[in-house]
Design a protein around this ligand. Sequence first.
Ligand code: TXA
Ligand code: MG
Length: 323
Amino acid sequence: MTLIFSNIDSELEKAAILLREGKLVAFGTETVYGLGADATNAQAVQRIYQAKGRPNYNPLIIHFAEIEDVFKHVQKTELAFQLANHFWPGPLTLILQKRAESPVCSIATAGLSTMAVRIPAVTEARKIIALSQKPIAAPSANPSGKVSPSTAQHVIEGLNGKIDAIIDSGPCKVGVESTILDISGAVPCLLRPGGLSIEDLRPYCGKIESHSPINNATIRSPGQLSSHYAPSLPIRLNCHEVFDDEALLAFGRSSLQAKLSRNLSFSGDLNEAAQNLFATLRFLDSEGRRIGLKRIAVMPIPDTGIGLAICDRLQRAAAPRPL
Ligand code: TXA
Ligand code: MG
């Protein structure tokens, strides 16, 4: 049975106890809901992979409440320290060399010598991490390959019965996952565009390489498989027309007509579009299927700022799927 907690202190305490006991607790962050477990408990982490149906070569992000806790587990470089101080808590994940003495179990990091670390901006998320007194491994709280969850209801739809508890902290404010920046090597490398824009990172990093699988064939992050974030209906991108059997995902001012349509942001605001993205994809998918539509047509969306993350998620949702 999956317990549903509100975000009041007494419920957060119960959730922290569950985490300490090796249980799986989903919680809201500013990006998407995460599925948390004690990262030092191999059995608990194994249950994350099972609940999500996630391949075990795909490592997890380890979440912390305080900057000083992070650097007990990963090497502290000058750049890491600067980025941490500027952007945490917030939608940035850093890849750094793991410290030999870190008790984070090797299945959480898929046996890599590096570790992905982040401090989420939602106060309640940091509270349960602090109360648990553990580093918390937390991938997005959705079945592997499916659309990420931006509300507690989305988590229930995908994982009810497979996890121990969910803390409902309302809809996620950013709406797309964290930006993943690998700073474990000589040149900072963007592994996943996300909630923090590359324009914001540039003043600190100088040159940033990109290894996002969409524009680059090399996959540096094992989880960057191209078909991902996939609703059941196929997606058609950059559409300037809509066919009869298609639902429409619009952005900004549009004169396109469709049997079923939703606009990510009528005013063309990319932050609002990111916030609405996953809930809107889920809605068009389920409602579209219910009324017999065959595809989702997506209008062009600018790839600047957080738009880069929106375009990345849509391109991966549209990518060819394994049979
Ligand atoms: O916003 C987020 O980042 C959310 C919230 C819950 O924090 N989490 C999230 O986790 O999106 P997940 O598991 O869905 O995506 C994590 C990505 C995966 O693509 C994984 O391959 C990559 O991070 N990753 C984790 N550790 C890595 C490492 N050491 N090196 C390279 N990539 C890594
Ligand atoms: Mg995910």
